[in-house]
Design a protein around this ligand. Structure first.
Ligand code: ZN
Length: 382
């Protein structure tokens, strides 16, 4: 058994000071506040905060590795990089590319997910997206909704495709989304030019999630809220990139107030350049330049994913945006766990759940990460 004590615990709906937590058989066996019961020696962590492991529904890579490259070493490298930053469950995103490449990347990620704990599966972003809202999706490979291509992607994923982003207004998108739902895959609306009516109908129908709210969609307008307004009203949850570049702090505060943390899923949308110094990078076949941590297409026309990690997102929310740590952690962990159907196993610090947790120091920097009851790297210094 591992006992952690003397630290702050961020629980669903409350924050305990001077808390303790016991981990046994990979799960949270018990927790409380004050002096822990007699028995086991404790790792004392004064000044530290324990939060549930983060869950990233939308990430393309990190540490120089990209999921879309269809290379198992790249997949493992990117997953490990983000785990060091507290992400204990990952959906690896495949960006729009040629069909053969997307199928190959999906197959490789699905294979890795069979043996790499915490890699939950694949998020396929495209290719059924709107051209005008494509962001950094390669325009050469955007396609009309194609049930045959969907079938090939799902087969390559062998049950590990968990989410697909598509534009609901495209002819045939509804049939694709219904097929996704029938296969147990989350239909996410994104890179879309849908107006409010169309997007609201999509969210009342098979679509559950809004892909990076505000980014890659028609701007919110007071006479037509567009897909953003429809997502705020009707989506089960909205993804949000809280890196300070994609969405302003005021818009983030508005989203937390309007939507509520239990419907906000923080994502990174990180590209392979996350964790690397500024410089040139690539997203699929497109050239990207990272300056001051902001990734843009080389021609400057669009943001091209981020260099964010989820620990940095939580830090920004708490320190710079004014979101309390309970809400920040709900959005980093509990909401994405629920979206993925994993809420009975992870996403909160509760007895019986998997011991996926992050130890944060006084500056909310990651001091240690535990996944399934095992430290990822050294145990935290006491
Ligand atoms: Zn993306």
């Amino acid at each position: 058994m591992i006992r952690l004590a003397g630290c702050r615990l961020v629980l669903p709906g409350s924050v305990l000071q001077d808390g303790w937590i016991d981990v046994a058989d990979g799960r949270i066996a018990s927790l409380g506040t004050g002096p822990p019961p007699h028995g086991a020696p404790a790792l004392h962590l004064p000044g530290r905060t324990l939060v549930p492991g983060f869950i990233d529904l939308h990430v393309h890579g990190g540490d120089g590795a990209a999921f879309e490259r269809a290379d198992a070493e790249d997949v493992e490298r990117a997953v490990r990089f983000h785990r060091r930053h507290g992400t204990t469950r990952t959906l690896a995103s495949v960006t729009t590319g040629d069909a053969a490449g997307m199928i190959a990347a999906t197959r490789v990620i699905a294979g890795c997910a069979e043996r790499l704990p915490g890699l939950e599966g694949v998020h396929i972003e495209g290719p059924f997206l709107d051209r005008t809202r494509r962001g950094a999706q390669d325009p050469r490979f955007l396609a009309a909704p194609d049930p045959l291509l969907l079938r090939k992607l799902l087969e390559a994923g062998a049950g590990r495709v968990r989410q697909m982003t598509l534009a609901p207004e495209l002819p045939g998108a509804g049939a694709i989304a219904r097929e996704l739902v029938a296969e147990g895959v989350i239909a996410a609306a994104g890179h879309t030019d849908a107006d409010y009516r169309c997007a609201a109908a999509a969210f009342r129908g098979p679509f559950r999630l809004a892909t990076h709210l505000f980014n890659g969609m028609r701007p919110w307008h007071h006479r037509d809220g567009g897909a953003a307004g429809a997502a705020i009203d009707h989506a089960d949850a909205v993804e949000l990139i809280a890196d300070g570049h994609h969405v302003s702090d005021s818009a983030i505060r508005m989203v937390f107030r309007l939507v509520g943390a239990e419907r906000v899923a923080l994502i990174t949308d990180a590209i392979s350049a996350a964790g690397l110094p500024d410089g040139p990078a690539r997203v699929g076949a497109l050239d990207v330049v990272v300056r001051g941590g902001e990734a843009r297409l080389a021609d400057g026309s669009s943001l091209a994913g981020s260099t964010l990690t989820l620990d940095a997102a939580v830090r920004r929310l708490v320190r710079d945006v004014g979101i309390d740590i309970g809400d920040a952690v709900t959005a980093s962990s509990a909401t994405p766990a629920r979206a993925l159907g994993l809420a009975d196993r992870t996403g909160t610090l509760e007895v019986g759940k998997d011991a996926d947790l992050v130890v944060l120091d006084g500056d909310l920097e990651v001091a240690a990460v535990m996944a399934g009851g095992a430290w990822d790297g050294p145990a935290p210094a006491t």
